[in-house]
Design a protein around this ligand. Structure first.
Ligand code: SF4
Length: 207
């Protein structure tokens, strides 16, 4: 998939789109965007960790709202200057697709801080929204459920139980109390231009 054309499609949807050749360049970009001392929050993301961006934002130059030490950090994320997150999938036509268990990440993305930075590896690019839905059901959710120790069908079998039926729909899934697919966000053309910046790193990152 041609990353440059995906970036152009994201721009057409009034999100800022940046190409990073590697994680080091992505870190420099994030550092350039974030003002020193700014209040920063983030969603849980393997991409942020693998790219070293999580280390950057928690390294002391910013007021990082840490969920591990402050129970209110998730709600306070709405008041942060910047919110950073990974992405479950990005379509060829510049649409972001994300699925959450608690919806803290997608609510910050859609209606949270004034500035949002989405960081994704090239492996997150898919052809269509249908493929984005399938990617979550066959890759992201099973791996995340395993990582988080959630007792779900996908953690055990590597794919969503909904795929066992012929006409599987986006919201179909398991009835586990630990289900991680509960709220779904499709981020398309934006009204607030460049509120969201998307950095695509030309590496395979995250789940
Ligand atoms: S709905 Fe349940 S089984 Fe399906 S992908 Fe999500 S957590 Fe896994």
């Amino acid at each position: 998939m041609d990353i440059k054309s995906v970036l152009a499609a994201i721009e057409k949807n009034d999100m800022r789109a940046l190409y990073a050749a590697d994680c080091a360049q992505a870190r420099r970009m994030v550092k350039e965007i974030l003002k020193k001392g700014a209040t920063v929050s983030s969603g849980g993301s393997m991409t942020l960790r693998e790219s070293g961006i999580y280390e950057l934002i928690t390294g002391g130059d910013y007021n990082y709202l840490d969920r591990a030490v402050d129970a209110d950090a998730t709600r306070n994320a709405f008041k942060a200057d910047y919110y950073l997150l990974g992405c479950n999938a990005i379509t060829r036509d510049g649409v972001l697709y994300n699925v959450d268990g608690f919806a803290n990440r997608i609510s910050a993305l859609t209606f949270g801080p004034e500035r949002v930075i989405v960081v994704a590896g090239r492996n997150k690019i898919v052809d269509s929204l249908e493929d984005a839905i399938l990617r979550v059901k066959t890759v992201a959710a099973p791996l995340n459920a395993r990582r988080l120790g959630c007792k779900t069908y996908c953690a055990e079998h590597g794919r969503c139980v909904s795929l066992n039926k012929e006409d599987s729909q986006m919201c179909d899934g398991c009835s586990s109390p630990q289900r991680i697919c509960c709220s779904y966000a499709v981020t398309a053309k934006q009204r607030i231009k460049d509120r969201i910046t998307v950095i695509i790193i030309d590496e395979e990152l995250g789940l």
